[in-house]
Each structure stands twice: as C-alpha cells, then as structure tokens.
Design a protein around this ligand. Structure first.
Ligand SMILES: [Zn+2]
Length: 109
C-alpha cells in the first residue's frame, strides 16, 4: 500500500493539502482521493448542511466530500484568514479573520 506523504497530512502556506482517504480499485489499494483538502475531517457536531457524513477511515486531511472543512485557512501577518475555495482576493471575496484558524472560520460563516 502506498504511504501517506506530507501533502496528505498537513496543509501548505495557502491552507491547501490533498485528501488522504484511501481509494480502492477492484479490491486493491489505488492511491488516495487527492482532491483538494483544507483540514482534518470535522467532528460530527460541526458537520454542516445536514448532509450524510462520510464514516470511513480518514488517516490525514479530508476533502469537502469526505467530511473536511469547506474553507481554507492560512496566516496573513499574525492573523489567521479563512476563505472559501473560490477565493480570488481579500477585496472581492468573503473572508474571516481571527487569532486561531477556528476563530477565522467562525467569522467567515
Ligand atoms: Zn476525498
């Protein structure tokens, strides 16, 4: 089985990583989901939108479809900024700021 790389376990300076959910093809491991992921899988209590939560094994980061957060967070100076995946710039796009990534996400919502 292929091993997790860093990009599946932590986001980069732009708050972007890759989904770590293992994929299977014909009963054999076939790499990872690799969709853009913005953090670890959310706890059920934080699961938004009333969607059915993905219950499978997530060894590292999770994409939105596999239960990960729907916003990405990164540092801007000494503040955390949370933005949606379609972010273009701070003038035109919604953004949340905070002293922690959680606080930034709360201010975005
Ligand atoms: Zn995924």
């Amino acid at each position: 089985m292929s091993r997790l790389s860093d990009i599946h376990q932590k986001t980069n300076e732009h708050g972007i990583g890759k989904c770590s959910v293992p994929m299977w093809s014909g009963g054999c491991p076939s790499g990872f989901c690799d969709a853009p992921a913005y953090g670890d899988k959310l706890h059920a209590s934080k699961w938004p939108w009333g969607r059915l939560q993905y219950e499978g094994y997530v060894p590292g980061l999770a994409c939105i479809g596999h239960g990960g957060p729907d916003s990405r967070v990164f540092m801007d100076g000494n503040l955390w900024v949370a933005v949606y995946p379609d972010f273009t710039n701070l003038q035109e796009s919604p953004a949340g700021f905070g002293d922690s990534s959680e606080e930034a996400r709360e201010n975005l919502n």
